[in-house]
Design a protein around this ligand. Structure first.
Ligand SMILES: [Zn+2]
Length: 376
């Protein structure tokens, strides 16, 4: 690992990336943000390499998926610090990095987590995270048995919305919680943006179906079965309409991806999520050309070779990434669920050794996938 820390604050992520841009200005540059969130946070964008083919890598669509940022930062450090090894890729490709698509969600989740782990060494951190995974798994079992009992995962951390340093954001989060009849102990598992919209659920091509799905289920699954998904909430609410103005992250991403896709040569687009050690996904067959179906199928196979992650063909393909899979012809568009160990936000950090191995495998997988694509 080049990173010396596993869970970073929002400000720390930006500080580190900006420092790399200053010290390695020949390799990495900070571009104009692709957009701004409802509470004014920039959606930062960094570019590495000068090649004519494009790769887009994004993390933290879901705020509580902290490990995705740790991974993407480690990827950036790796190609910069091992420049001899990777320079051939930087001549051939341009890597477009969006380290935090959902700054508000990341701030809400990580500021609470960091207040609980700030004095821990690596051993204590892992033990603490292990404890969290146990509670979280028990909550799933209880939910499966339909037991009406308190969620155990909510009682491990000391939580307060006061840990969110931005008062406008904090005020809105408290309002959403009140309307959802939830208390602030769900802040660490906050996936949505600060307006309570789940960015990946704000569907582009299947919005009505997504909306009906959420109106029918009303609540999240398993341990999240007390979290509403049909009103603004910490998890799963798709918004009021396609490209809802309260979800500017999605609009920014759409404009950014289309600009790169139309002007250049987009080969690989990966959105990192956690958890599950899985790769999504197969495109909707009815809406996909044969050529694009095979492009993605090959990409899934290449990426799973070194990671051993399982390609998943889920039944319902209503998400934002599902739209890109069918609309970006000749682009391998994947959603990668990092971490074999479940339990966002901290479960993935319960075995650092195995996490490091997964990081290495995923970094190698990106380059292996590019090598395989270019041989086709
Ligand atoms: Zn996710």
């Amino acid at each position: 690992m080049f990173l010396n820390k596993y869970i970073l604050s929002y400000n720390d992520v930006i500080y580190r990336l900006d420092k790399l841009c200053k010290n390695y200005s020949n390799i990495i540059i900070k571009k104009e943000p692709i957009g701004y969130t409802s509470f004014g946070f920039p959606i930062d964008y960094y570019k590495i390499g000068n090649g004519s083919k494009d790769v887009v890598l994004i993390a933290a669509t879901h705020g509580c998926e902290l490990v995705t940022i740790t991974f993407l930062l480690e990827f950036v450090y790796t190609i910069i610090k091992k420049n001899d090894k990777y320079s051939k890729y930087l001549n051939k490709y341009s890597f477009h990095i969006i380290p935090i698509l959902n700054p508000e969600g990341y701030i809400i989740s990580s500021s609470n987590v960091l207040n609980n782990i700030k004095n821990m060494d690596l051993i204590s951190l892992q033990n603490y995270c292990k404890k969290y995974v146990e509670l979280y798994e028990q909550d799933d079992l209880n939910a499966e048995k339909e037991l009406k009992c308190e969620k155990l995962y909510k009682n491990l951390m000391t939580i307060s919305s006061e840990f969110i340093a931005y008062s406008n954001l904090r005020y809105n989060v408290d309002k959403i919680l009140a309307e959802c009849k939830l208390d602030n102990r769900v802040l660490p598992i906050w996936s949505s943006n600060g307006m309570g919209i789940d960015i990946n659920a704000n569907s582009i091509h299947e919005f009505e179906n997504m909306k009906n799905l959420k109106n029918t289920s009303k609540y999240g699954r398993l341990r999240y079965n007390d979290i509403p998904v049909n009103i603004p909430s910490p998890h799963g609410y798709p918004g009021d309409n396609i490209f809802d103005k309260k979800c500017p992250e999605n609009i920014a991403l759409y404009n950014f991806i289309n600009k790169i896709y139309n002007n250049r040569n987009l080969k690989l687009f990966i959105s990192y999520h956690s958890t599950g050690a899985e790769i999504y996904g197969y495109p909707q067959i009815k809406l996909t050309t044969n050529n694009q179906f095979n492009t993605i199928l090959n990409g899934l196979n290449y990426y799973s070779e070194l990671t051993n992650y399982t390609p998943i063909n889920e039944n319902i393909k209503y998400g934002v990434m599902d739209y890109y899979r069918i609309s970006l012809e000749n682009t391998v568009t994947l959603t990668v669920e990092l971490s074999k160990i479940n339990g966002n936000p901290i479960g993935p950090f319960s075995n650092i050794q195995s996490l490091n191995k997964e990081f290495t495998n995923n970094i190698n997988s990106i380059f292996y996938t590019l090598d395989c694509i270019s041989k086709k």
